[in-house]
Design a protein around this ligand. Structure first.
Ligand SMILES: Nc1ncnc2c1ncn2[C@@H]1O[C@H](COP(=O)(O)OP(=O)(O)OP(=O)(O)O)[C@@H](O)[C@H]1O
Ligand SMILES: [Mg+2]
Length: 322
């Protein structure tokens, strides 16, 4: 049974039309029930609240004024099947989804679901996409924090904004992505600036450490060099992404060319030329090939058509690296 205070607050919030408060109390009741071991009732309450919230749309988000422009919110539609990654990573992501769905069961045994993830790896290998997929699979909104805008010259100001973001994480259930979160230090050269950077990072990691909300926190980076290895243990999962293997390139290309793919597709050269390209670059080359086919009224794309756009991508990448 909910406590007397909860019932009174619930009734009060109904008559004062304070919808946010109503939701909060309902969730507190769910947590209370979960602690009593009534996990299926707790799940039902949560589900009702989540569904009603979704119906009323993102306008319910009560972002403080200071955070406007710092957090972008979207409702992603990307399913887990479109993510081409090794089975091992796929299983780890499925475990995050599974534990999230079973969180009340875990809580009733004093355990918490895994919800702090660090994704590392080269550009264009699916880190941001993973955050979208997780949000979609869990039916949650994705809130991306614009890390570069968050950090200002003044440590105090940055820490204050970080605190507001973590308040939001506690209040607004969702997936929160701190994208490229260590890139903020990328072009700072003096020792002083690096020291400042480390302080910001440490503050961030401390907030992560203290966070006990139900939201999912995803931090993504392609330059983990600034991170102290001891900090990795603050995350429930550290997942490393890489360029696609030959088998993954095949799947990716098949997924992207779909009905345009020629019947006798000569894979050998395509797989050789696409080696070392990221998923994003292959994605780009495939879309270019599809565009070329449409514009020249062709219904099929052969391996040699794709080789043209793959080589184009490859030369762009080499030029950037060189
Ligand atoms: N593993 C993947 N499977 C399928 N498509 C992918 C994958 N990785 C990347 N893509 C495609 O490339 C696009 C860009 O990828 P994404 O933004 O996830 O890269 P990232 O790892 O976050 O890169 P960065 O480090 O530059 O932020 C995706 O929107 C998707 O179209
Ligand atoms: Mg990204």
């Amino acid at each position: 049974m909910p406590t007397a205070d909860q019932i009174k607050s619930l009734i009060h919030s109904h008559f004062t039309e304070d919808q946010e408060r109503f939701y909060t109390i309902a969730l507190q009741m769910a947590a209370h029930e979960a602690r009593q071991g009534h996990s299926s009732l707790a799940m039902d309450i949560r589900r009702i609240v989540d569904e009603e919230r979704k119906k009323s749309g993102p306008k319910l988000l009560s972002f403080p004024k200071e955070l406007q422009g710092l957090v972008l919110t979207e409702e992603p539609m990307t399913g887990i099947q479109s993510l081409v990654i090794p089975t091992e990573i796929q299983n780890r992501l499925k475990r995050v989804v599974h534990e999230y769905r079973q969180q009340e069961k875990l809580k009733s045994h004093g355990l918490s679901h895994r919800r702090k993830l660090l994704l590392m790896g080269p550009p264009g290998t699916g880190k941001t996409m993973t955050a979208r997929v997780l949000a979609h699979e869990l039916g949650l909104s994705l809130h991306t924090i614009q890390v570069d805008r968050l950090v200002t010259k003044f440590m105090g100001e940055t820490a204050a904004k970080l605190r507001q973001i973590f308040d939001l994480i506690r209040q607004e259930h969702g997936v929160y992505l701190f994208d490229e979160f260590d890139a903020i230090g990328g072009d700072r050269s003096t020792d002083n600036d690096v020291g400042e950077m480390r302080r910001v990072l440490n503050a961030f990691l401390q907030f992560i450490d203290q966070d006990t909300s139900d939201s999912l926190i995803v931090a993504a980076t392609n330059t983990p060099r600034l991170l102290d290895p001891a900090l990795f243990r603050r995350f429930d999962d550290v997942i490393t992404y890489d360029h696609p293997s030959s088998g993954e390139r095949k799947t990716l290309i098949r997924n992207l060319l779909t009905r345009f793919m020629a019947k006798n597709f000569a894979w050998n050269q395509v797989l050789a030329v696409s080696e070392g390209l990221s998923h994003a670059e292959i994605d780009h080359a495939c879309r270019d090939a599809v565009k070329n086919a449409i514009l020249s009224d062709k219904t099929k794309i052969s391996a040699s058509d794709l080789l043209v756009t793959l080589r184009e991508r490859k030369s762009t990448t080499t030029a950037q690296k060189g």
